[in-house]
Design a binder for this molecule. Structure first.
Ligand SMILES: Nc1ncnc2c1ncn2[C@@H]1O[C@H](COP(=O)(O)OP(=O)(O)O)[C@@H](O)[C@H]1O
Ligand SMILES: [Mg+2]
Length: 215
């Protein structure tokens, strides 16, 4: 069994509040898992722990069979990439954002490849030189996701990334994520409240009150 991520007996507690309780989870490589459940149930906390942005109180997260703490943090984040609900673009231009994945890898910005990526989300080359203030919320989310995907991670975690987007933007974002899952073997962990996404999902896990609900 080839699991890219394994979560074992994981607990997360803040003071007396048990936010995650004995979570056990196996994520097969190339899976596309949709996490659902009430607001405040612990979904984002679990995703942040898997993304190594937060440390569990006890238990472990394995990535490719090794404890996540054994990886160099920057390397881990390149492999397990977290996309936020509220994306923030930094700096002045879109270029600074799309150049960032190249900078951190000490690679040369590849304008023609970035243009191809922009076209995957119905944007074009002119966006590279636009100001971050001149793009809409939906465009921002698409550009932020490209930042996660220009160098495809092994695991992409999307935390309510379509919340607040209009139908057209939701469709574009979903198509992009589906494409990376199917064609680039990116394993996807998606948190969503979107009815369409939930009804179309093949593999869902419900988190309730800090626990995985057994169906
Ligand atoms: N650092 C923290 N300190 C205190 N409470 C927290 C902290 N992080 C999360 N929580 C609480 O943990 C619970 C789960 O939050 P969250 O993971 O954001 O849920 P979801 O994403 O399912 O809406 C909530 O009750 C939230 O208030
Ligand atoms: Mg959340």
């Amino acid at each position: 069994m080839d699991n890219v991520i394994e979560v074992k007996n994981l607990n997360y507690q803040v003071g007396q509040q048990k936010i995650l309780k004995n979570i056990n989870l196996q994520v097969p490589r190339d899976a596309y898992i949709t996490f659902i459940g009430p607001s405040g149930s612990g979904k984002s906390t679990l995703m942040r722990i898997i993304a190594s942005m937060l440390n569990a109180t006890s238990g472990e997260v394995l990535f490719n069979g090794k404890n996540q703490s054994e990886y160099e943090p920057t390397h881990y984040r390149h492999k397990v990439s977290y996309a936020f609900q509220q994306p923030t673009l930094f700096g002045r231009t879109i270029k600074e954002n799309l150049e960032f994945p190249y900078l951190v890898r000490r690679k040369e910005f590849d304008r023609s490849l970035v243009t191809q990526y922009l076209e995957m989300v119905n944007l074009n080359e002119t966006y590279i030189d636009k100001s971050v203030n001149d793009v809409s919320g939906g465009e921002k989310q698409r550009i932020a996701l490209l930042r996660n995907l220009i160098f495809p991670p092994e695991v992409l975690i999307t935390d309510e990334v379509t919340t607040g987007l209009d139908t057209e933007n939701k469709t574009i974002v979903r198509k992009l994520i589906d494409q990376f899952n199917k064609e680039r073997n990116v394993t996807v962990l998606r948190v969503t409240h979107d009815d369409t996404e939930i009804s179309e999902a093949h593999n869902t896990i419900t988190i309730e009150n800090g626990e995985i609900k057994n169906v």
